[in-house]
Write a protein that binds this ligand. Sequence first.
Ligand code: GLN
Length: 192
Amino acid sequence: MPRVGVLALQGDVREHERALHSLGVDVARVRTPAQLDAVDALVMPGGESTAIAHLLVSAQLRPAIAARLDEGMPVLGTCAGLILVSREVLDGRVDQWSFEALDVSVRRNGYGRQLASFETTLRVRDVGNVHGVFIRAPKIEKVADDVEVLAKHDHGDGEHAVLVRQGRVWGCAFHPELTDDTRVHRLFVDAI
Ligand code: GLN
């Protein structure tokens, strides 16, 4: 079994740990470059992308994670984590940066702000119906040709991808860690 790290600077860290534990995965919190060295893959949780980005710099994890991404470390970014791996961030703060490891454009809070958070049923390829919890979610507005779209959702303005994968980098606009359904985590873990 691979050892999966959960980036534990801010956000819903415990919920991801619980989902991974229930799959029998060896899970470790990542707060330092040394802890990153000890994992095979990394989950970047939801939370606040600007806060997490700030903490990544002060923890000296920004260059360490960028190097591991270059080497092909599998990463699953959910919600704020998706923003952090995306190539382009729209409506970000002026100083907002991202790892640019997943060739998509995301719009921060693209489904609206807190009151526009919502839940819906999604059809996930190779999985089936999944309950999708969206909380101030980023909207994936553009995907490159070699990005696989595993689930889409139409929020009244046409279909947008909500679960994508480009090689070893996965992005999820919703929160699979907030339900008891671990099948999205399993997809990621099985591919490590
Ligand atoms: N809107 C948040 C951000 O920009 C992401 C929301 C979430 O992760 N639940 O970071």
